[in-house]
Design a protein around this ligand. Structure first.
Ligand SMILES: [Zn+2]
Length: 76
């Protein structure tokens, strides 16, 4: 998990549609690239406030996205 600054994330990504996608459940997902392994990560808590923390964080997504492809080898 990576702590993220919401302002930084939105500033960096809001002009680029590839950083978000609507899933099958119709929920919007926001993505970034993991600084350690270059795999896509999903950003949790950017728009919706979390119950357990007020800081957004990133979680490995394990699927290909428009900004990065999942690389199992790098992830390991
Ligand atoms: Zn990673």
């Amino acid at each position: 998990m990576y702590e993220l600054a919401k302002e930084n994330y939105l500033t960096k990504t809001k002009k680029d549609k590839r950083y978000s996608a609507v899933g099958k459940d119709q929920c919007k997902r926001d993505f970034a690239v993991c600084p350690a392994c270059d795999n896509p990560i999903q950003i949790i808590g950017v728009y919706k406030k979390l119950e357990n923390t007020d800081k957004p964080y990133g979680r490995h997504y394990n699927h290909d996205t428009a900004i990065a492809k999942h690389n199992e080898q790098a992830y390991q």
